[in-house]
Design a protein around this ligand. Structure first.
Ligand code: AMP
Length: 298
């Protein structure tokens, strides 16, 4: 496994493998790697000859009141995990490399970036799409691996790739969860023991929605109120949003239909957590929280 700090050297390294017509898979991350990241990396290793992982805590996607400073950065552990998972190249840039003095270009996917998480985190997705656009230009992968855990992010990045003609295919992998259902997240480490127990309410709420739908409920507003009711029982929980939207345009839906996304963001104490499920089939949806492994979502 080779570690690169500069785009030019990384590019030269990857280009050497490309000359042998090798397929390059890319997994962008902010580090603090867990089994969710590793599932993306393992999938990339299965489907490509070369696997590139970037580790960069991107300041452009953090708001002034976000957790940029305290975001976990266990670099040694991350590198060991990547080595074990079969990563070939690590890209480890710093802020000065990514945003040198005079930096002034940003990519913004309009509309999609302003709803759901974009509403309470203005500028967040502009930071995400900017850094991903830069990373795609640096790595030039054949396949890009993203997690359904951040479904809105996956929708927005896919839109950007289509709109700006990036020559890359997107693969969205299912959300990896703890045994009790909590979606793995680097931010789970902020939770106290009590908050950790309360946090399971996010996935419980999605399971409730799933079972309401399985039993014939089709009214989005009724499902949303039942979800809110369940979450509000936890005193540590403060709901940011609970929404049922079309997976392509992220616009709210009145009626459940195949291809709708149930997404929520909840603060547990001071930690903001997100989770979601996709309803594949509105009539007989017996799917679990995660769809089949390896599904292409978008
Ligand atoms: P992050 O390091 O949080 O920026 O995440 C990097 C990538 O890992 C993103 O594509 C995330 O959607 C994905 N990811 C994060 N958590 C999970 C999870 N629990 N299951 C699957 N993918 C995940």
């Amino acid at each position: 496994m080779k570690i690169f700090y500069s785009p030019e050297k990384l590019n030269a390294g990857i280009n050497r493998t490309r000359q042998d017509k090798k397929r390059v898979g890319f997994v962008p991350t902010m580090g603090a790697l867990h089994a969710g990241h590793l599932s993306l990396i393992k999938q990339a290793a299965k489907e490509n000859n070369t696997v590139v992982v970037s580790i960069f805590v991107n300041p452009a996607q953090f708001g002034p009141r976000d957790d940029l400073k305290k975001y976990p950065r266990p670099l040694k552990k991350d590198l060991a995990l990547c080595r074990k998972a079969g990563v070939d190249f690590i890209f480890l840039p710093d802020n000065k490399i990514m945003y040198p003095q005079g930096y002034s270009t940003f990519v913004n996917v309009e509309g999609l970036s302003e709803v759901l998480c974009g509403w309470s985190r203005p500028g967040h997705f502009r930071g995400v799409t900017t850094v991903v656009a830069k990373l795609l230009n640096i790595v030039r992968p054949d396949l890009l691996y993203l997690g359904q855990k951040d479904a809105q992010q996956a929708v927005i990045i896919s839109r950007m790739i289509k709109d700006l003609n990036f020559p890359v295919k997107v693969k969205v992998m299912p959300t990896i969860r703890e045994k009790d259902g909590l979606a793995l997240s680097s931010r789970n480490t902020y939770l106290s023991k009590k908050e950790r127990n309360d946090a399971v309410v996010l996935s419980k709420a999605l399971l409730l929605a799933q079972s309401l739908i399985d039993n014939g409920q089709r009214h989005a507003d009724r499902i949303i109120s039942r979800i809110k009711e369940l979450i509000s029982k936890k005193r540590s929980a403060r709901i940011d949003y609970v929404s049922i939207v079309d997976l392509e345009n992220l616009m709210p839906l009145k009626k459940i239909r195949p291809g709708c996304l149930i997404a929520l963001a909840v603060r547990i104490g001071k930690t903001r957590l997100i989770d979601n499920i996709i309803i594949r089939d509105g009539s007989q949806n017996k799917a679990k929280l995660s769809p089949k492994k390896g599904t292409l979502l978008l």
